[in-house]
Structure formats: structure tokens, C-alpha cells
Write a protein that binds this ligand. Structure first.
Ligand code: GLY
Length: 562
């Protein structure tokens, strides 16, 4: 009882702080864009206000993030869209980067078979063939209602007029300055000491965007923009060719779909692990009715951690690009398989990751990212997660184009058993092959409840993406929080290996931490990596729209009102 009261008290405190922090839910919201930056969310809303759809707003928002959020917003990375139209059609677009044609399995190993430090994360060899512009153009050709030029123009204007540096951004530029200089030389654009409040005008990027505006896909993958990209990658030690760029094509895929109680969830399937792992974890905890324990209590944490342990172990063994290996996702999220996986779980004692190997399946042949959620006035819902992988990707800056290139190649398993920059371990199914897509954790997700649109959400955070999306859904659905409180609530993360559970620093109660340690859990509370920055939209059963933007970043919800 005391526990329950405490939970309610925490919830009320969080909700109050949300109200005081300027929530805009007093007027009726009819459409919303929630993204990593105010400028980008506002641009999305402007497009909706002009009569554009969620898909139009997506294109404008995405390109605006390229300008004002250069650590993750991009024209030179890749991403995934999960959508549900007002008429109920669901789908997903995969515009994930690909390995270049000249890539090969051991490209990051020396003659002794050892991993060469930083080769897959920094510099030209880390760059995968970008998919973003092809993805946006594909979305426009299927769903666009406003002219392409009108959707690119706000980003061009933002690049010319400039964006204002935030305090978090100043820190981010300062932290990465040495790498920028190391890879690009002292005169590189982002080695300037931009301070909070400064205006950054990126004229080179405006010129690149003008070509994309005028020539569409060809404006990026052919002509002078392609020429300067290929040259810059080559100078920086990479292998991307014009043929790689011309051959790049996004792929429409069926979203991963599963049920949890009366929720019907659509998320990204392979080559992302996001949907499969989210489905596995939710379905593993479903029989235990987690809502009976209070939020972030020892038992709730145990349940989530043990489901995560089992799911991330499956991720390492069974998931990769479905165009290269058969991925048995239906079996991986089947109740029978998952109930078996939880047979060894007990509330009495921690499982050990060394004892949890990927499940035996009978058919065995085989930071920086950003997310935004959009709901338009017609009811079209889109969830998009896009990435350069690391913050500012490979740090290779195309000086005359005004943008950074991704380091997505590190999302491959560059050597079996070797941990990537997120500590994730992979196997043959995610090995490097020409034109293969590297396994992702991005989890853009749309949740239906009782056949009505309920939630649109996603987050950056590398391997922590899946668990952040999971905890946000549970916080709303099982623990009764409003969407902003659900996002604000402290998070933790476990990914099978390493053995540790990582907790956001200083916000979990010591009693639960001690009890978990007594049961054999390895606890890390000085976690410095961000555990997600969730941007989400929630609809009540009566259709009332509320939004949540993660205060861990500069994220912002913009609205259109009745
Ligand atoms: N680059 C992060 C991810 O795709 O999971």
C-alpha cells in the first residue's frame, strides 16, 4: 500500500512538474510534430498548416534536422519510417545505409585477424552508402501532397539564416572538436568555437540542399554533390564509389507486428532488431502482469532485465539483413518460443548471461541517432528514426557540401564476438558483405489500443533504443503515467553482454539497488551515456492528443490547435 502511494506520489510530482514546465495541453491539439529541435518541429508544423500531410511534414522536418542537429540529423546517413495512414494502412520504409560494393568481411582486421582500432568508427572506411535522400524522395513519390521544392525550402532557409546553438550543443561541439580536426584539419567548419546563443549559417549545406531541391534523388546521388562526396570519402581512406551511390535503393517492408494484452504494436522489422526485440521483451513479460509491481521497483526491474537479457542474446545470433539471411521473426516472437526462454527466470536470483545463450530455434539454417513523431490533422501517423550512428558519424565532414558522413559500418559485426561501439556483439548473420545492410536497433513504433491509434514513439540511443521505447510504453500503459512523465521517468538498460544493468545516475532508490545486488545483479549507476531521448505522441480513447519531448535533449513538441 505504501509502495502504491509512493508510486502515485511520484507520478503526481512528475505530472505537476510537467504542467509547470509549460505543457501546452490546455487547448485541443489537432496535429503535432515532436523532434530533437524546436526549429525542426516548428517547420513540420508550418508544412501541416499549409495543408501538407504527415509525410510532407516528415520530409521538411528531417531536412531541417540535417541543418540544426548535425550530430544526427542527416542527408548522409539512413533511417526507418513506420507509418499508419488515417485509413488504417500500415507500412514501413527501410532507407538504411548499405555496405559499399568493395566492402569485405575482414575489412577492419589486420593480418593477424585483430580488429584495427577506430577503423569502423572514424574516417572514410567507416562510411556506409547513405540512404536518407533516396528514402525521403521515395516517401514523397508515394505519399507527398505538396511539391518537393516546398518541402526542401525551409531547410535551405534555415541553413542560410542560421540556427541558434544551444548549451547542450555547445558542449557537444566542444567534446568532438579534437576528432573534427583530426579527421578534417584545423580549418574544418565545425572546429569553430560555436557558443550557446551563436547563430550557425551553413551556406555550403544550403547549396547542397538547393541541388536536392532542384534535382531530387539525382541532386544527391549524381552530379557535383556525388562527386564531392566520393572524393571526400576517398581522401579520408574510404571506398564508396559512384556506382554505390547510383545503385542505392530504399525498400518498402512489412512492419513487424505483434500484440501485447489489448495493444497492437507496429514497429521496424529487420534489418532493424528494434521491432523483434521490443516484441520479444514485451511478450516475455506479459504473463507476469508487471503493472502489479510499482514503477522501477526491484521486481519490475528484474522482469524487464531478464527479458532483455534473453532478447539481446537472440539479437546477437539471429538478426541481420533479411535480404541476405532468412530471419525467422515470426518464430522469434511466438509465445511458445518466448515462454520457453523465460523458463529459467526466477525472482529469487539473477540469471547469468554466460548461461543464457541465444535460443535454439528448430529452423536454424540460418549516438548518435534521432527520432521524431508526427500526427497530422487527418490522423496520419508516422514514426521516423534516422542516424549517422555515432555523434557526427565518422566525423568526416564534406566541407564543400556542409555535412558529416555516417559511420554506420560499425553496426556490422566486424569480427564474431567483438563488441561494437554500443557494446553489442554479433555473428555471421550480421557480417559485412557488399550491399548488405548493417543490423540496427532503431525502433520507430506505432501502438494501437482497442483498434484506435494510441501512441507514436521512438528514440535515439544505440543499443538502449529498444529498452527506452519499451519502458515508455510500459510507463503509460502499465504504470498509468501521462506521456511526458513516462518520458521523464528514470531509465535503466540491460543488453545481455556486458552482464551489468546500467541505471541513470542518482535517480533510483538505494533499497531496490541493494536488493538487486543481493540477488546477484551487477549494478552500474554512474552511467554517462544517454539512455534514450524519447519523442512521442499519445492519444486518449476519446482522441485527446498529448505530446512528450525528452528533457534529456533539446527536444520540443510543436502543435497545431483546433
Ligand atoms: N546506428 C544505431 C542503430 O542503427 O542502431
Amino acid at each position: 500500500m505504501i509502495v502504491r502511494l509512493l508510486t502515485k506520489f511520484t507520478y503526481i510530482t512528475l505530472s505537476l512538474s510537467f504542467l509547470l514546465s509549460g505543457c501546452n495541453q490546455t487547448k485541443d491539439i489537432k496535429a503535432a510534430v515532436v523532434s530533437a529541435r524546436k526549429e525542426a518541429s516548428d517547420i513540420g508544423i508550418t508544412i501541416l498548416n499549409k495543408g501538407g500531410s504527415a509525410f510532407d511534414a516528415m520530409i521538411a522536418t528531417d531536412l531541417a534536422l540535417t541543418v540544426c542537429f548535425p550530430n544526427a540529423g542527416n542527408i548522409s546517413g539512413g533511417g526507418f519510417l513506420v507509418y499508419r495512414t488515417a485509413s488504417g494502412e500500415v507500412g514501413s520504409l527501410d532507407y538504411r545505409e548499405k555496405a559499399p560494393l568493395n566492402a569485405f568481411e575482414k575489412m577492419y582486421l589486420d593480418e593477424n585477424g585483430d580488429v584495427i582500432p577506430e577503423k569502423s568508427t572514424l574516417g572514410g572506411l567507416a562510411v556506409g552508402v547513405p540512404g536518407t535522400v533516396a528514402g525521403l524522395a521515395e516517401i514523397h513519390s508515394k505519399f507527398g501532397t505538396l511539391p518537393w521544392e516546398d518541402l526542401v525550402k525551409p531547410a535551405i532557409d534555415l541553413a542560410i539564416n542560421g540556427y541558434i546553438v544551444t548549451e547542450k550543443q555547445e558542449r557537444s561541439f566542444r567534446n568532438k572538436k579534437d576528432d573534427f580536426i583530426r579527421i578534417n584539419g584545423e580549418n574544418t567548419f565545425y572546429a569553430q568555437d560555436f557558443k550557446a546563443g551563436d547563430t550557425v549559417k551553413n551556406i555550403a549545406l544550403a547549396e547542397t540542399l538547393k541541388r536536392i531541391s532542384k534535382y531530387g534523388v539525382k541532386g544527391f546521388y549524381e552530379g557535383p554533390v556525388a562527386e564531392s562526396l566520393v572524393n571526400r570519402v576517398r581522401q579520408a581512406g574510404g571506398i564508396i564509389t559512384h556506382e554505390d551511390l547510383i545503385k542505392y535503393k530504399p525498400v518498402w517492408r512489412k512492419p513487424l507486428n505483434f500484440k501485447y494484452k489489448n495493444l497492437n504494436i507496429f514497429s521496424m522489422g529487420p534489418p532493424s532488431s528494434g521491432g523483434v526485440c521490443l516484441g520479444q521483451i514485451l511478450k516475455m513479460i506479459e504473463p507476469y502482469n508487471i503493472g502489479q509491481y510499482y514503477h522501477n521497483s526491484e521486481k519490475a526491474i528484474q522482469l524487464i532485465v531478464e527479458a532483455e537479457r534473453r532478447s539481446y542474446s537472440d539479437r546477437s545470433k539471429h538478426l541481420g539483413d533479411p535480404d541476405f539471411s532468412k530471419v525467422h521473426y515470426n518464430q522469434l516472437i511466438s509465445n511458445k518460443y518466448l515462454n520457453n526462454r523465460m523458463n529459467s527466470f526466477s525472482f529469487d536470483l539473477a540469471s547469468q548471461s554466460k548461461d543464457i545463450q541465444a535460443g535454439k530455434i528448430p529452423w536454424t539454417e540460418s549516438e548518435e541517432t534521432t527520432h521524431y513523431s508526427i500526427l497530422d490533422q487527418e490522423g496520419n501517423a508516422i514514426a521516423v528514426t534516422t542516424t549517422l550512428n555515432g555523434s557526427y558519424g565518422s566525423k568526416v565532414f564534406v566541407e564543400d557540401g556542409g555535412y558529416f558522413l555516417n559511420n554506420e559500418m560499425d553496426d556490422f559485426s566486424i569480427k564474431p564476438g567483438f563488441a561494437n561501439m554500443f557494446g553489442l556483439i554479433g555473428s555471421e548473420v550480421n557480417s559485412i558483405k557488399p550491399e548488405k545492410r548493417m543490423l540496427s536497433s532503431m525502433t520507430p513504433t506505432i501502438v494501437m489500443k482497442d483498434n484506435k491509434l494510441y501512441m507514436i514513439l521512438g528514440t535515439p540511443g544505440g543499443s538502449t533504443i529498444i529498452t527506452s521505447v519499451l519502458q515508455t510504453i510500459l510507463n503509460v500503459y502499465e504504470f498509468g503515467m501521462d506521456i511526458q512523465s513516462a518520458i521523464n521517468a528514470p531509465r535503466f538498460h540491460h543488453q545481455w553482454l556486458p552482464e551489468k544493468i546500467e541505471f541513470e545516475n542518482g535517480v533510483f532508490d538505494e533499497v531496490s539497488m541493494k536488493k538487486l545486488q543481493e540477488k546477484g545483479y551487477d549494478i552500474k549507476q554512474d552511467y554517462i551515456r544517454v539512455i534514450g531521448r524519447v519523442d512521442a505522441i499519445l492519444l486518449s480513447k476519446n482522441g485527446v492528443i498529448t505530446t512528450g519531448a525528452d528533457p534529456r535533449g533539446d527536444d520540443k513538441a510543436s502543435h497545431l490547435y483546433d
